[in-house]
Design a protein around this ligand. Structure first.
Ligand code: ZN
Length: 397
C-alpha cells in the first residue's frame, strides 16, 4: 500500500521535493545508519521536511529503519536511524567491451550481487539482440524476486546519455548506435546509457573514496581498449556538447607514429590501447601471442622486457594527458588501467610522470568489480539524483 507520498499541494514545489528527498537519501548513503536529527543537521532542512522525505523513501523501499542498539531508555522521542535498504531493489547493467559483455546486478550501495560474461558479437544489432535475449535469464538466476530498478548500458568512447546514443566508439568500430531506443523496446525496463569513464566517475562520487570530497575537482582516466576521461567538479560531471567532454582518445602522444582511423598518426588510443600493447608484446617476443594478461603476468613475475613495456605504456599516457591535467589542476586523479591494477607498485611512477602531488593520483575504488559496477551505476545515479522519480517508473511498493 502506498501511504500519503505527496506533500500538501501548493506548499512545496516539485523541484524542492526532488532536491530535498535526494539530499536525505544521499546523506544516508554517505553516513548511514543516520538518525533523523543528524540528517536535519547535515541537509539543513527542517525536521518536518526530513520526516516527510524519510516517509517517502521508506515507502519506496530505498531506506529502512535498522533496529536500534540496546540502550537505557531516554526521555523524548526515540532516535530511530535510517539506512539504505539493500535488500529490496537491485540495479542491472551490461558493459559492452571489445572482448566481451559483462552483465551485472548491484544493490543500492553499488555492491556487486552477481556477474556473468558473454562473448560479444561484431555488429551492434546482434549485440543488442544478445543483451535482450540473455537478460531475463540473468535476472531470474540472480534477482531472487527483488525489484529491478532499470538496466544500465555502458561502453567506452563518446556516449550521449540524454539521447541514449553511442556517438562513437572507435575500439568497437561503432557510430551512432541508438542503444536506449533499441533496448527499451525489448527489455521492458528503464534503460540508462552512459560512457565508461563517466560511469566510473559517478561510481567514485557515489560509492568510492571520492564521495567525501564533493567540492573538489576529480578527473577519472580510463585506459583499456577505449581511452577516455571524465571530469567532475563539486560532484557534478562536466558535460560538454552532447556529453563530449573528456574525449582524450585522439590526444597526440609525442614520438608515436601509430596510424589512427581518424587519419592522423600518434593518437593516444591507438598507441596505448590494451590491444596495441598486447600486439607490441607479441611482436617483441615478450609473449607468444598478443594477450595482455600474458604480458601482465610476465611483468608481475619480473620479466624485464615485460616491465619496460608496461612502464612505457604509462609514460605515453602521462605525456599525452599531462598538459590537460596541468590546466585543470585536479584534487584527485583516479586511474582505471590494467597495468596499475595488476602492478600497483607502478602507480607512483605514473603519478610522477603526471606531475601529481602525493596522494593525488590513485587507483579506482572497485578493483576487479570495476566493469560490473560501471555497468549498473547509471541506474543508481538516476535514483540518487531523483529518488521520487521511482514513483513514475512504477517501482514503488
Ligand atoms: Zn586519432
Amino acid at each position: 500500500m502506498l501511504p500519503a507520498l505527496v506533500a500538501t499541494p501548493g506548499t512545496h514545489s516539485a523541484a524542492e521535493q526532488t532536491d530535498g528527498a535526494a539530499a536525505v537519501l544521499r546523506a544516508v548513503l554517505d553516513q548511514g545508519p543516520l538518525a533523523r536529527t543528524a540528517i536535519v543537521r547535515r541537509t539543513r532542512q527542517s525536521a518536518a521536511a526530513v520526516s516527510r522525505h524519510a516517509a517517502d523513501l521508506l515507502a519506496m523501499g530505498l531506506v529502512w529503519q535498522p533496529p536500534e542498539p540496546v540502550e537505557p531508555p531516554r526521555p523524548g522521542r526515540p532516535r530511530i536511524p535510517l539506512d539504505i535498504d539493500t535488500s529490496y531493489h537491485v540495479a542491472a547493467g551490461v558493459h559492452i567491451a571489445v572482448p566481451r559483455l559483462t552483465f551485472s546486478l548491484t544493490d543500492l550501495r553499488g555492491r556487486v550481487v552477481a556477474t556473468e560474461h558473454a562473448p560479444r558479437a561484431r555488429r551492434p544489432d546482434a549485440v543488442l539482440a544478445e543483451v535482450a535475449a540473455r537478460l531475463p535469464g540473468f535476472l531470474r538466476r540472480h534477482a531472487h524476486g527483488r525489484s529491478v530498478l532499470g538496466l544500465g548500458v555502458v561502453t567506452g568512447g563518446w556516449v550521449d546519455p540524454d539521447a541514449g546514443v553511442l556517438v562513437e566508439n572507435a575500439a568497437l568500430g561503432w557510430r551512432d548506435v541508438w542503444l536506449r531506443r533499441a533496448l527499451e523496446q525489448t527489455v521492458r525496463l528503464p534503460v540508462h546509457v552512459e560512457g565508461h569513464a563517466r560511469a566510473l566517475a559517478h561510481a567514485e562520487l557515489l560509492f568510492g573514496q571520492a564521495r567525501q570530497a564533493e567540492e573538489n575537482v576529480l578527473v577519472h582516466l580510463f585506459v583499456g581498449n577505449a581511452v577516455d576521461a571524465a571530469i567532475a567538479t563539486g560532484g557534478v560531471l562536466l558535460r560538454g556538447r552532447r556529453h563530449g567532454a573528456g574525449g582524450i582518445a585522439h590526444l597526440p602522444v609525442p614520438g608515436s607514429a601509430q596510424a589512427c582511423p581518424c587519419g592522423r598518426t600518434g593518437c593516444l588510443q591507438v598507441t596505448v590501447s590494451d590491444n596495441a600493447v598486447a600486439e607490441r608484446a607479441a611482436a617483441d617476443g615478450i609473449t607468444p601471442h598478443a594477450d595482455l594478461l600474458l604480458l601482465l603476468r610476465a611483468a608481475a613475475e619480473g620479466d624485464p622486457g615485460a616491465l619496460e613495456l608496461c612502464r612505457s605504456r604509462l609514460r605515453m599516457v602521462a605525456r599525452a594527458v599531462r598538459p590537460m591535467l596541468d590546466v585543470i589542476s585536479p584534487d584527485a586523479v583516479v586511474v582505471t588501467e590494467a597495468v596499475t591494477l595488476r602492478l600497483p607498485a607502478l602507480l607512483p611512477e605514473l603519478s610522477r610522470e603526471l606531475g601529481g602531488a602525493d596522494g593525488v593520483v590513485r587507483g579506482g575504488s572497485f578493483g576487479t568489480d570495476t566493469l560490473a559496477v560501471a555497468a549498473a551505476v547509471p541506474v543508481l545515479a538516476a535514483v540518487y539524483r531523483d529518488p521520487l522519480g521511482l514513483r513514475t517508473a512504477g517501482a514503488a511498493r
